[in-house]
Design a protein around this ligand. Structure first.
Ligand code: 13P
Length: 255
């Protein structure tokens, strides 16, 4: 498979950072720096920033994503946000199953799967996050963990729907720790994810899926990571909050 046939995506995951005003200021800084990007550029921002972010990026090459969504269309789910609410304000992507949701908010593969299916049904593109804990890597079960997450998180997702799914491989031990997976480690697991997708769907379908790496990716290490055959971009936390650093990563993925 020619890597160039897949869309490379650099997405910022702002997590719980930036007020609406700060979000607009940061996007205004980022806009000119990524205007000639040869990859897809996304800013996944807190719910309350979404409307301002959509407005601030209108007519640019930056797309906007949310950081979660609920599976029900509406109802008694205090504190949750539906796919319809996101669609109405012009959101295109949604991060699902991030390890921080799994670790701190009881997210399970079952709820990730429900959210993924709801997002797809609504026409949102989910960025489904998978990754092993340090303990799991040390116990040599990284592949088992990833295979299970891929199978469960994408349960009942059709081959047609898979075209709108992005996978982010985020080893939990590399998130916010400054500890990056080596490019070879990232490639190994991203290739494994693609092989799992080929088993569950077809090789052709698997070859078309964008698989990002995430975990302390920055302006210094992005070049090497995204040069790997199965690493199709990145999901960036800390470095996405600094315009120049984020733009440098976008540049690395545009080569
Ligand atoms: P950092 O880039 O801050 O390690 O975060 C990665 C991440 O969790 C992106 O979703």
């Amino acid at each position: 498979m020619d890597k160039a046939k897949r869309t490379a995506i650099i997405a910022g995951n702002w997590k719980m950072n930036k007020t609406p005003k700060e979000a607009v200021a940061l996007l205004n800084e980022i806009k000119p720096l990524v205007a000639d990007a040869d990859c897809e550029v996304i800013a996944c921002v807190p719910y309350v920033d979404l409307a301002a972010a959509v407005e601030a990026t209108a007519g640019t090459n930056i797309k906007v994503g949310a950081e979660n969504c609920h599976w029900a269309e509406s109802g008694a789910f205090t504190g949750e946000i539906s796919t319809g609410m996101l669609k109405e304000i012009g959101v295109e992507y949604v991060v699902l199953g991030h390890s921080e949701r799994r670790q701190y908010f009881g997210e399970t593969d079952e709820t990730v799967n429900k959210r993924t299916k709801a997002a797809l049904a609504a026409g949102l593109k989910p960025i489904v996050c998978v990754g092993e804990l340090l303990w799991e890597r040390e116990c040599n079960i990284t592949e088992e963990v990833i295979a299970r997450q891929i199978k469960l998180d994408l349960w009942d997702v059709t081959e047609e729907e898979l075209k709108n799914v992005v996978i982010a491989y985020e080893p939990v031990w590399a998130i916010g720790t400054g500890k990056t997976a080596t490019a070879d480690q990232a490639e190994e697991v991203c290739a494994f994810i693609r092989a799992q997708l080929a088993k569950l769907y077809t090789q052709e379908a698997a070859d078309g899926v964008t698989i990002q790496y995430g975990g302390s990716m920055n302006d210094k290490n992005a070049d090497e990571l995204v040069s790997k055959l199965n690493v199709d971009g990145g999901l960036i936390g800390g470095a996405s909050l600094v315009a120049e650093k984020f733009a440098a990563i976008v540049k690395a993925a545009s080569k």
